[in-house]
Every structure is written in structure tokens, then in C-alpha cells.
Design a binder for this molecule. Structure first.
Ligand SMILES: C[S@@+](CC[C@H](N)C(=O)[O-])C[C@H]1O[C@@H](n2cnc3c(N)ncnc32)[C@H](O)[C@@H]1O
Length: 230
């Protein structure tokens, strides 16, 4: 079986695997269904771990130097994977992109910090720029972990119940229906009767209808795609 490999260029290797080492993803890491190869960018600085410098043309903050990043990237043995730079300027990450990324054998991620990285490095290596949303975080490590989490759970054998993935939000452009478990009655709130009926056809129809209603209300953009696909 192939091991999906994540090369991560970071200033904070000690932050990994962090949450990625827990529960299902952690077990998958132990079972070698995926592998984490951490590259500490600081090790490729020529002077006292200094990786950044002031931006030409002025402006606030510091910029990570291209020569330091080049050393870090060149140290990776497995060079065939696509290289992603996590940045608010990138293409908005989505389940569809996660599915695509999970089909490769791995990926290389560059985690930015400070104001970002020198543009020449992005251009030279044709980095694929990805954003996890319209907000600014302090660095690219959390975004990389978000992207990795969504990819790894899609890898074969990571989640044993394949149906669990098929019924999740964004499959077929629908959000997930409401979920209920024991107890049947809680604070005078009852589980919908239909879910206790044992009638599989009725339950399936109820779930679809709930998914449709919630998607129509909350996500008109997805609703349009859903109607088109029907
Ligand atoms: C403080 S941010 C830099 C923001 C940048 N100066 C800008 O205005 O777009 C530092 C680093 O965090 C990461 N980052 C912050 N927000 C992100 C987001 N929404 N998606 C992906 N990466 C993000 C990037 O790697 C970025 O280089």
C-alpha cells in the first residue's frame, strides 16, 4: 500500500503533528497510511537562524527570503509532488480540491509567516496558492493542518466506514441533515419520529428533504449547483 507523503516547510516543526497525531488521523499516521516529513526552514539560514528581511519599497513587517526557502525546498528528496503555498491570496480551499489532492501520492506545503514570502520564490517554483478563507492568520501552519486533515481522512483505509464520507456535507452540493442520538427525549425535546420508525425509505427521504431545506436556506450558492446537477 502507498503512503501518502506530506512535506511541510515550516518555521515551527515542533507544532507537528499536533492535532493531526490524534484520533483517526493519528492512528493512520501510526499505520503509515500517511507520512509527515518536516523541514525546518531555519536550518537553511546562513546567519543565526535569520530567515527574513525588510521588504524592498518599504511597508510593514518582514518577508521570508527566497534563498533560505530554496535551500529548504532543495533538501526534499521526493520532488515530484505539487507544491502549495498557503496564503490568503490563494484559491479558496474546498472539499473538491481536497479530493483532488488526495488522489496524488503526496504534496509539499510551504507555511508562510510575517508578511509572507518573496514573490520570486513563488514565481520560480510555480507554487499553487491556496487560501483557507477570507481572514488573516499569523502563519501558514494552521492552514496546512486544516488542508492536511481534510485530505488524510479521504485516503483509502483511514476511515473504515466508507458510507460516512458519502453522507457528509458538500457531497452532491448538499449540507448534512440534522443528527440525533440517545437519549430519545432530552429537556422535553424528542428525536423526530421518522428516525425511530425503522422504515428505511421514509428515513432516507426525510434526510434528503432536511438536507435540501438547510442548503436552500443557508447556502443559495450550493443550492443552485444542486438544482443544476439533478
Ligand atoms: C500574517 S499572514 C500574511 C498576510 C499577508 N501579508 C496578506 O496580507 O495577505 C502570514 C502567513 O500566514 C498564512 N496565512 C494567513 N492567513 C491565511 C489564510 N486565510 N489562508 C492560508 N494561509 C494563511 C500565510 O502563509 C501567510 O504568509
Amino acid at each position: 500500500m502507498k503512503t501518502w507523503t506530506a512535506n511541510v516547510l515550516t518555521l515551527f516543526p515542533e507544532a507537528y503533528p499536533g492535532i493531526l497525531g490524534m484520533s483517526v488521523l493519528g492512528k493512520a499516521l501510526e499505520r503509515r497510511l500517511w507520512k509527515l516529513n518536516l523541514i525546518d526552514i531555519k536550518n537553511f539560514s546562513k546567519k543565526n537562524h535569520k530567515v527574513d528581511d525588510i521588504p524592498f519599497g518599504g511597508g510593514t513587517g518582514m518577508v521570508i527570503k527566497p534563498d533560505v526557502l530554496d535551500g529548504a525546498l532543495s533538501s526534499i528528496k521526493n520532488k515530484k509532488f505539487p507544491i502549495y503555498y498557503l496564503t490568503p491570496r490563494g484559491t479558496k480551499f474546498s472539499q473538491k480540491i481536497a479530493e483532488k489532492m488526495s488522489k496524488h501520492d503526496g504534496a509539499t506545503f510551504l507555511c508562510g509567516r510575517y508578511e509572507g514570502v518573496d514573490q520570486r520564490f513563488i514565481d520560480h517554483y510555480k507554487l499553487i496558492e491556496i487560501s483557507i478563507g477570507d481572514y488573516i492568520l499569523s502563519g501558514g501552519d494552521l492552514p496546512t493542518m486544516v488542508v492536511l486533515d481534510s485530505i488524510i481522512r479521504l485516503l483509502p483505509e483511514v476511515i473504515s466506514n466508507k458510507n460516512a464520507l458519502d453522507e457528509e456535507s458538500f457531497k452532491n452540493h448538499l449540507l448534512e441533515y440534522p443528527l440525533y442520538t440517545q437519549p430519545r427525549s432530552w429537556k422535553n425535546l424528542d428525536v423526530p419520529e421518522v428516525l425511530l420508525s425503522g422504515n428505511h425509505k421514509k428515513i432516507k427521504d426525510w434526510k434528503i428533504k432536511q438536507s435540501e431545506d438547510i442548503t436552500k436556506l443557508r447556502r443559495p450558492d450550493l443550492w443552485k449547483k444542486y438544482l443544476k446537477s439533478k
